[in-house]
Design a protein around this ligand. Sequence first.
Ligand code: GLA
Length: 397
Amino acid sequence: MNKLAGSQTDIAIDAFTTRFKQAPKYLVRAPGRVNLIGEHTDYNQGFVFPCAIDREMVIVASPRDDHRVMVHSVEYHEDDEFDLKEIGKIPAPERQWANYLRSVLSTLQKRGYRLSGFNAVLAGNVPQGAGLSSSAAYEVAVATMCNGIDQLNISSKDIALIAQQAENEFIGVQCGIMDQFISALGEADSALMIDCRSLDYRAVPLRLEELACSIVIVNSGVQRGLVDSEYNARRNQCAEGVVALSRLTGRAMESLRDIELAEFEQHAAALDATVAKRCRHVVTENKRVTDAVACLEASNLDDFGLLMNASHASLRDDFAVSCPEIDTLVELSQKYEGVLGARITGGGFGGCTVAIMYDAVVESFIDTVVPEYESLCHKQASVYICRAMSGATLLAL
Ligand code: GLA
């Protein structure tokens, strides 16, 4: 247990013991993530390059002899209780934590897995609505817990797919696979280059210490708004682009992965102008991901940083998922001496930026850029220095 001991774990175990008058039998943790580059490419069968971070969702649980589920959320100071045979409707939008739990359980049952009842306590420190995938961490933690309690033998990739299905079907966000995948399969000190078409992946060591660099995440304090409807709208525009490009090229395309930039540009003018911009982002972003990974492997962080900057411009101008506060933060970051690159990370419309910078400037960056941003945008920012962690873990206590 030492490896996993930490405050969220201690809090969850204490709450469990007080509530259920016995020690829990299982401990699960599933991390949030930061995406270094490759945004809005996952649901277009493209490439992404995220790493898991040391912010996590923790569940401690014990099986029960019946079909009841009794859970307590430490973060929300709320309980949920139901029978597995009657999960029913997900409770209400404002009880999202319970919705995530129920939707994963429903998905598992729909796929034919037989679940036993359990008592559980949930705790976590992934900031919510910040673009660091607190919901994916939640979903992956629940699926991992059931996998352990009921010995379901589900692979980590399938855990990710089940968690994604729960989000798509029950929560209604048509998200891609990136967040759940990295939360389930992340590797310490590495980012994963994921091919979202084949689901093949490769761990690429970050070797930041060797390069005297850090990955710094800044939470803009802007809670992501509009996220579900705008996210789904972007997804539909990309799908529309695929249909139109198939017609224009005379080639049945499955996704925007099937076209390179040069060919895309030959047909772009014939597309609806907005759809063309959305597609251009995806096509160029895929190339930036493969280029960025090659840069990292060659220890060329200067060019890696430039690709991050270009990714931000594309997300701001072509994909239109940034917001004024994030643009300000990114601009301040990019021009700070010693910062190699900075961009918005995650779904967009607020949330966090991610920057790569020399260790030597991290402190002064925090002391300078954060207050500058706060006074310009009247928001409170917070900073996380990123440590790349391993994906979800299950421990029998
Ligand atoms: C959200 C989704 C992901 C991905 C990103 C954008 O985080 O959950 O699947 O699409 O947005 O890259």
